[in-house]
Design a protein around this ligand. Structure first.
Ligand code: M6R
Length: 605
C-alpha cells in the first residue's frame, strides 16, 4: 500500500528516486510523484499512472535537486488522479509530504483545519498532515512533525521536506514500515529495502513512533518525545539479481521458476542428522502447546489452511486457521498455552500485525513465518521461522506460498515427533520425501508447456471452478486466487463435495472445472464429482499425478504432476495452477506483476 523513498545527497537525486519507486511499484501503481529540494524552493512533480509516466515527465526537465522524497500510490482516500497523487503540498508549496497508511481521524482534523483557514485541494487523508505541519511549523520541521503526529490516529509512514530547510528530510512511522539507509555522502529512507539495495546494505528499521532526520552526512533518530535514540543496524545480504528480472518477461514467472531453489534454501538448512531443527524454537515449548491458531491473509491464509491439516494430522493438536482481519474483531478466546502462528510474506500486513497483537494480550507465544527479516511481524513475534524465498516482487505470491508450506510441514512433523504422535518410521519416511520436494518442484515446472497449451484453450473463459478434497481443497483455493487476481477471470474454489449444495447451478455447457486429485483415498469420491459436472456440460481439467489421470473418466485434459506422496502434494500441486494463471493473464494482455487494484503489501486495514 503505497511506497515511499527518499534521499538526501549532493548530486541530482531524481533518477535515484525514480529507480527506487520502480522497485516499490509492487506496493501500488495508481500514481507516482516526487518533491525535490532545489534552489528557489521545492519542485513537485506528480502524475496519475505508473512510475514510467512520471519518469517521462522528469526526463524533459533535468531537475537538479539533491534531496527528495518520492511516492508510488495505492489509492485509499480519493480516486487515482494528479490531485490526489503524493507528494501533498502546503498552500504556498513550502512543505511536501508523502504518506503510506491511513489517517483514521482525518475527517475531524480536516474540519478543524478548515476552521483555521486551510484550503484543501485533494480528497486524500494525507493532506491533513501537510496542513498540520504548516500549522505547527516555527522554523523546525522535526518539532512540527512531533506535534503533528501527536494529533494523528491510524497508521502511517511519513516523509516530509520544507523549502526553508533544504537538504533535510524528516520521516516517521507508526504501524507502517520505514527503513533508513546509510550511504557515503548521501543517506536514504524507504518503505522497504528493495528500493535501497543498489545504494547501501547498511540499514536501520525505524521503531514505532521513531522520527528520523536524514541529511547527506547523517541520520539522527529520535523518539516520540524528541529524545535521541539509537537503533540496531542491519546488513542486507540479498543478491541484487534477486530483485531484477534477469531475462524473464515478468517477475512472476521468474519467481515461479525460483521455487525449487527457494524450497531448497528453506528446507535444507533445517535438516541435520535425520531431524528437523528450528533455531530458537524450544522442544519443551513445542511439547507444551495445547492449541494453535494460525492467522494470515490471502495466500498466506491458504498456506495456513494446509498447515492446519498437517499439524492436526501429525500432532493431534487442535488448530484453527483464521483470516487475520476477522480474528482481530471476533473476541477470540485467548489462552497462554496456545500458540499463534502468523504467516506473512511481507511481515507488514496490517491485519496480520493486528491479529498478532490481539493474540498477545492473552499471554500466549507467537511464531512468525515470514520472508522479510526485520519486518514488523518478525520483530513482534517471540519466535521466527523464516522462509528463505528471497524477495518476492510480483504481487501474486508464488514462491513465498510454497516455502510457507514447507515451513508449516516441517513444523507439523516436529510437533508430531515431540508429542509422540508421529511414529519414527513415518517421520523418517516423510523427511525423506520432503528432501525430494525441490527436485519435484523442478520437474513440475518442466511440465509448464501443458499449462501454456491449456491457457491458450481457456483464456477467454469468464468463470472457472476449482474443486478438490482433503489436502487438495485448500490447495485449490490458492489456485483459484492465482487465476482471478492476475487474469480477472472470475473463479471460485469449492470442496468437491460441497459443489452440489448450490454452486453446481452455475455449471453449464463449456464451463471450465479444474479438479485437483492428489489424495489417493479420496480419488473415487472426486471421480464422482467430476461425473456430476461433466453431466452438466462442464469441461474438466485435472491436476494430478500420472497414475491418477488414467483412472479418471470424463477428464478433458490434464495438467500433470510428477509422482508425489499424498501428504506432500500441496507443496507442488499449486505450481501448474500458478503457470496456468500466468499464461491466461499474459494471453489476455495483462501485466501479471501488477494486477489492477492490488498491492503487494497491504499495510492498511
Ligand atoms: O505479505 P502477506 O503474506 O502478509 O500478504 C498477505 C496477502 O496480501 C497476500 O498473500 C496476497 O493474498 C497475495 N499477494 C496474493 O497472491
Amino acid at each position: 500500500m503505497c511506497g515511499i523513498v527518499g534521499c538526501a545527497g549532493r548530486k541530482p537525486v531524481a533518477p535515484l528516486l525514480v529507480d527506487g519507486l520502480k522497485a516499490l511499484e509492487y506496493r501500488g501503481y495508481d500514481s507516482a510523484g516526487m518533491a525535490l529540494s532545489q534552489e528557489g524552493g521545492l519542485l513537485v512533480l506528480k502524475k496519475k499512472g505508473r512510475v514510467t509516466t512520471l519518469e517521462n515527465e522528469i526526463k524533459k526537465m533535468f531537475p537538479n535537486g539533491t534531496a527528495g522524497i518520492g511516492h508510488t500510490r495505492w489509492a485509499t482516500h480519493g480516486e487515482p488522479s494528479d490531485e490526489n497523487a503524493h507528494p501533498q503540498v502546503s498552500e504556498n508549496e513550502d512543505i511536501a509530504v508523502v504518506h503510506n497508511g491511513i489517517i483514521e481521524n482525518y475527517a475531524p482534523l480536516k474540519k478543524w483545519l478548515i476552521e483555521q483557514g486551510y484550503k484543501f485541494t485533494s480528497e486524500t487523508d494525507t493532506e491533513v498532515v501537510v496542513h498540520l505541519l504548516s500549522y505547527y511549523y516555527k522554523g523546525d520541521l522535526v518539532q512540527a512533525m512531533l506535534q503533528a503526529v501527536s494529533r494523528l490516529s491510524g497508521s502511517y509512514a511519513l516523509a516530509a521536506m520544507c523549502a526553508t530547510e533544504p537538504g533535510k528530510i524528516v520521516c516517521t512511522r507508526r504501524e507502517s514500515p520505514l527503513v533508513v539507509g546509510f550511504g557515503k555522502g548521501e543517506n536514504y529512507l524507504a518503505s522497504d529495502v528493495s528500493a535501497l539495495i543498489k545504494h547501501t546494505r547498511d540499514v536501520c528499521y525505524l521503531g514505532e513512533n521513531d522520527v528520523a532526520v536524514v541529511t547527506p552526512d547523517d541520520i539522527s533518530l529520535f523518539d516520540c518525545d524528541g529524545n535521541p535514540v539509537q537503533r540496531e543496524h542491519s546488513h542486507i545480504d540479498w543478491d541484487i539479481a534477486a530483485s531484477e528480472k534477469c531475462g524473464y518477461e515478468h517477475f512472476m514467472i521468474k519467481e515461479m521458476f525460483e521455487q525449487p531453489q527457494a524450497l531448497k534454501n528453506t528446507i535444507l538448512p533445517r535438516v541435520t542428522e535425520g531431524r528437523i531443527r528450528f533455531d530458537g524454537i524450544d522442544e519443551g515449548f513445542l511439547r507444551s502447546i495445547k492449541r494453535i491458531v494460525i492467522c494470515a491473509c490471502g495466500t498466506a491464509y491458504h498456506a495456513g489452511l494446509v498447515g492446519r491439516r498437517w499439524i492436526e494430522d501429525f500432532s493431534r493438536i487442535p488448530v484453527e486457521t483464521d483470516i487475520a482481519s476477522e480474528y482481530r474483531y471476533r473476541n477470540p478466546i485467548l489462552s497462554p498455552d496456545e500458540l499463534c502462528i502468523v504467516v506473512s510474506q511481507s511481515g507488514e500486513t496490517a491485519d496480520s500485525i493486528a491479529a498478532l497483537r490481539t493474540f498477545k494480550k492473552g499471554g500466549g507465544k507467537v511464531l512468525a513465518i515470514t520472508n522479510v527479516v526485520g519486518s514488523t511481524v518478525a520483530r513482534e513475534s517471540d519466535m521466527v521461522a523464516y522462509t528463505w524465498a528471497g524477495p518476492e516482487i510480483a504481487v501474486a505470491s508464488t514462491k513465498a506460498y510454497t516455502t510457507q508450506l514447507s515451513v508449516l510441514f516441517m513444523l507439523a512433523m516436529e510437533l508430531g515427533r515431540v508429542k509422540g504422535t508421529l511414529p519414527q518410521s513415518k517421520y523418517d519416511g516423510l523427511l525423506n520425501e520432503l528432501l525430494k520436494i525441490p527436485e519435484l518442484a523442478s520437474k513440475t515446472l518442466d511440465l509448464s508447456s501443458y499449462a501454456k497449451i491449456a491457457a491458450k484453450r481457456h483464456y477467454t473463459q469468464s468463470n472457472v471452478f476449482f474443486i478438490g478434497r482433503g489436502l487438495d481443497q485448500p490447495a485449490t483455493m490458492e489456485s483459484s486466487l492465482k487465476l482471478k487476481e492476475i487474469s480477472y477471470i472470475h473463479s471460485e474454489a469449492l470442496p468437491a463435495g460441497e459443489l452440489k449444495h448450490g454452486t453446481i447451478a452455475l455449471i453449464e455447457k463449456g464451463t471450465l472445472v479444474v479438479a485437483m486429485s492428489t489424495q489417493s483415498a479420496l480419488k473415487e469420491k472426486l471421480a464422482s464429482n467430476i461425473k456430476e459436472v461433466k453431466a452438466r456440460g462442464a469441461q474438466v481439467m485435472l491436476i494430478s499425478s500420472e497414475d491418477t489421470e488414467k483412472t479418471m473418466d470424463g477428464v478433458d485434459e490434464v495438467l500433470p504432476l510428477p509422482k508425489v506422496e499424498d501428504e506432500l502434494a500441496p507443496l507442488i500441486s499449486v505450481i501448474p495452477a500458478q503457470l496456468f494463471a500466468y499464461y491466461c493473464s499474459t494471453l489476455r494482455g495483462y501485466d501479471p506483476d501488477k494486477p489492477r487494484n492490488l498491492a503487494k503489501s497491504v499495510t492498511v486495514e
